[in-house]
Design a binder for this molecule. Structure first.
Ligand SMILES: Nc1ncnc2c1ncn2[C@@H]1O[C@H](COP(=O)(O)OP(=O)(O)OP(=O)(O)O)[C@@H](O)[C@H]1O
Ligand SMILES: [Mg+2]
Length: 236
């Protein structure tokens, strides 16, 4: 395997994976926050209660030289407790990657029936909606501004997949959905990644999707700078 350092600091490896010569991108991520507190009356009281100093700036390290290798078409599944650093990890990865789409930032049409919001044939619209777990005839005909939060989430996912992205970032992946629907969508995301070699980088506190998502890279973000990364090649 040969390595070439890119201008953005990440290392591009060229190697043979599953018989094909493809680039493997390796990222190195560090992130910390400096926190200085404004000494309001209540802040001073709390600091007194817990014996904390107010004059010093504290540095909170969330990620410390975390190395991750991500191939095109990989599914990266980031889990961990609330506040452990999943969103920070995704934001930092975004800075180093290009050609990605963020589900949260995706703009969708609100005032047209869902089936009219996709390019191509009707069958294409039904395909993407079903992939995202929206396969109810009545929902097909509804407008996005008439959907529940969970249905809206699934519509956004359908729109994201129909855009043919190279890489999709999804924070709070299926977090608000019932777990049966979440598992169906996770399995569809896996199939989509394999079929179109789309990379998915998803994060959620729920750790019940491993079996369906079959991640290539499983990241457990722990509190502080701890981060466990497991590579699960060719599990499928
Ligand atoms: N701009 C910031 N300044 C200071 N600290 C920050 C900032 N952004 C995030 N943090 C801290 O970094 C840590 C990780 O935050 P992050 O949002 O990544 O957590 P998370 O794992 O995504 O949590 P959740 O599951 O609740 O979304 C938290 O302790 C948070 O307070
Ligand atoms: Mg988060």
């Amino acid at each position: 395997m040969s390595a070439l350092r890119q201008p953005d600091g990440c290392i591009r490896y060229c190697g043979f994976v599953r018989g094909m010569r493809i680039p493997v991108l390796k990222y190195r991520i560090s992130k910390s926050f400096s926190t200085a507190v404004e000494p309001t009356e209540r802040v001073v009281q709390v600091a007194g209660m817990f014996g904390l100093g107010l004059d010093e700036t504290r540095e909170v390290v969330v990620l410390d030289n975390v190395e991750m290798a991500i191939e095109p078409g990989n599914v990266v599944y980031v889990t961990g407790q609330s506040g452990s650093g999943k969103s920070v990890l995704l934001s930092e990865l975004k800075k180093q990657m290009s050609d990605w789409l963020d589900l949260e930032a995706l703009k969708v049409t609100l005032d047209k029936p869902l089936v009219d919001c996709f390019a191509g044939e009707l069958s294409d619209a039904l395909y993407y909606l079903s992939l995202a777990g929206l396969n109810d005839a009545f929902v097909f005909l509804r407008r996005a501004n008439e959907l529940s939060d969970g249905q809206m989430y699934r519509f956004r996912l359908a729109q994201a997949m129909s855009a043919g992205p190279k890489c999709v970032f999804i924070d709070e992946f299926c977090a608000k959905l019932d777990r049966i629907t979440a598992k169906i969508i996770a399995a569809n995301v896996r199939k989509f990644a394999d079929k179109f070699r789309t990379t998915f980088i998803v994060a959620t506190t729920h750790d019940d999707l491993c079996e369906d998502l079959c991640p290539d890279v499983y990241v457990e973000k722990l509190f502080g700078k701890r981060c466990d990364i497991e590579y699960c090649p060719d599990q499928r």
